[in-house]
Design a protein around this ligand. Structure first.
Ligand code: FAD
Length: 409
């Protein structure tokens, strides 16, 4: 029955029927962007129901621009806090190394990942275009058609396939069988705490404490009812071994508090609150992938973490997935064939995402520097911040000022 429905749907727009695998942030954004353009698609998600996972997300102006253009700017504002600037602090001395105000006409938001995911889902008018419990197992390309085989024994035929299936993408693995995501040598702990008055100095910004082999990011984020803000915490430590996989592995909070002891009274209070607070804390190993030479093969392409898994040290993973989705929808809309659209999309995106991947990896070294390297970093940051803090804005301008709405397509 599903098979027949699918065939019926694709008949009128034969050449532009898209199957998207994965209803994460990238897949949902692509669905929304295609729906806005009246392009037919179907989204297949392996989870049994809508699953909004994770804690905080920072949404820099480059991605807020896209979400505003997709018509969800007001709703985004309602679930977010506005970040006005940044502060970098030393884990060892608690000294401020640098602080600066963000200069942008477009807001920088901090929200809960689950709220953004829910917002994207709610914004889709036609929920019939999403099927859950559809884990893609394999696919075969035969002439003009692609056969998708799902674990629940469902099979369908499509004419174009987008792998928005995350860091462990089976579609990427089929395109690059010998390439695998690599454990990057860092474990991340994520937690949220109710935002108490003690944390007031962390309001309206993102604060990063940098120390030897450790760093902590703290920022406020909203909740859907605007009743109470939360403090979002990401604690990252160098850890040579990693064996477990998954997004919801519970962490030992007492162990974290001991491991992250530092010279900042505020950060130590946060760690104490973390231990006593009933909200769970999760850990996961950070994986990335060396940049791929291409993402498109005929009528198959990749998007988001599946195309370019990133370390979270520039807060750009979801941002790149959302930019990808927006530009892919533009290319599909404007090109005469899917093959041309997928190649154009790849050409427009590959260089930028590769550079963001590399920058995120470099930031890992900077945040976790030890010895002389750490001294050079701290002195350099203090100097730049005192002479001309604007230089710190310029460092991220190529990321935040990017405006996909004005790309020459
Ligand atoms: C600690 C940490 C902090 C972060 N902070 C930020 C931040 O501040 N800002 C930011 O922009 N990014 C951040 N990110 C990154 C961001 O969360 C990811 O980059 C983003 O979610 C990627 O979206 P995606 O849609 O590509 O993949 P995902 O969100 O992983 O979605 C993939 C989807 O595909 C589905 N799927 C997988 N395999 C199959 C299959 N075989 N069949 C069907 N469905 C399948 C999955 O169930 C999932 O729903 C952070 C990441 C980490 C780890």
């Amino acid at each position: 029955m599903l098979f027949l429905t699918y065939i019926n749907l694709i008949m009128p727009t034969y050449s532009k029927k898209i199957a998207i695998i994965g209803a994460g942030i990238g897949g949902l954004t692509l669905a929304l962007a295609l729906e806005k353009k009246g392009i037919d698609f179907h989204l297949h998600e392996q989870a049994n129901s809508f699953e909004a996972l994770g804690y905080g997300l920072q949404l820099s102006p480059n991605v807020v621009r896209v979400l505003q253009d997709l018509g969800i700017g007001e709703e985004l504002e309602a679930i977010s806090h506005r970040c006005l600037g940044f502060e970098l602090k030393s884990f060892k001395s608690n000294n401020t190394l640098a602080q600066w105000k963000l200069k942008s006409d477009t807001p920088y938001y901090q929200c809960r990942r689950a709220d953004l995911h829910q917002l994207l889902y709610n914004s889709l008018k036609n929920k019939d275009k999403i099927s859950f419990a559809q884990k893609l197992q394999s696919y075969e390309v035969e002439g003009e058609q692609i056969f998708l085989n799902f674990e629940n024994k469902n099979s369908i035929t499509t004419h174009a396939l987008v792998g928005a299936d995350g860091v462990r993408s089976p579609i990427r693995q089929s395109l690059f069988p010998t390439e695998k995501p690599q454990y990057a040598g860092y474990a991340a702990y994520r937690a949220i705490l109710p935002f108490t008055p003690e944390y007031n100095s962390l309001m309206d910004k993102a604060t990063v404490w940098m120390g030897e082999n450790h760093h902590v990011v703290a920022y406020p984020n909203g909740n859907q009812n605007k009743t109470q803000p939360w403090l979002n915490l990401v604690l990252v430590v160098k850890d040579a071994q990693w064996h477990e996989q998954g997004w919801t592995i519970p962490a030992d909070k007492q162990e974290i508090a001991e491991n992250f002891q530092n010279q900042s009274p505020l950060l130590n209070t946060i760690l104490k609150d973390l231990v006593s607070n009933p909200e769970p804390c999760f850990k996961w190993g950070l994986f990335d992938h060396k940049p791929l030479p291409f993402w498109t093969q005929g009528k198959i392409t990749l998007l988001g973490d599946s195309a370019h898994p990133l370390l979270p040290f520039q807060a750009q993973g979801a941002a790149m997935a959302i930019e990808d989705a927006y530009i892919l929808a533009l290319c599909i809309d404007q090109e005469t064939t899917i093959e041309k659209a997928f190649i154009k999309y790849q050409d427009l995106r590959l260089k930028r995402t590769t550079k963001v991947q590399q920058t995120s990896r470099n930031n890992a070294d900077i945040f976790h520097a030890t010895g002389i390297k750490a001294m050079v970093r701290d002195t350099g940051l203090k100097l730049i911040s005192s002479i001309n803090g604007e230089l710190l804005n310029q460092k991220t301008a190529w990321i935040y000022n990017y405006d996909p709405l004005t790309l020459p397509l």
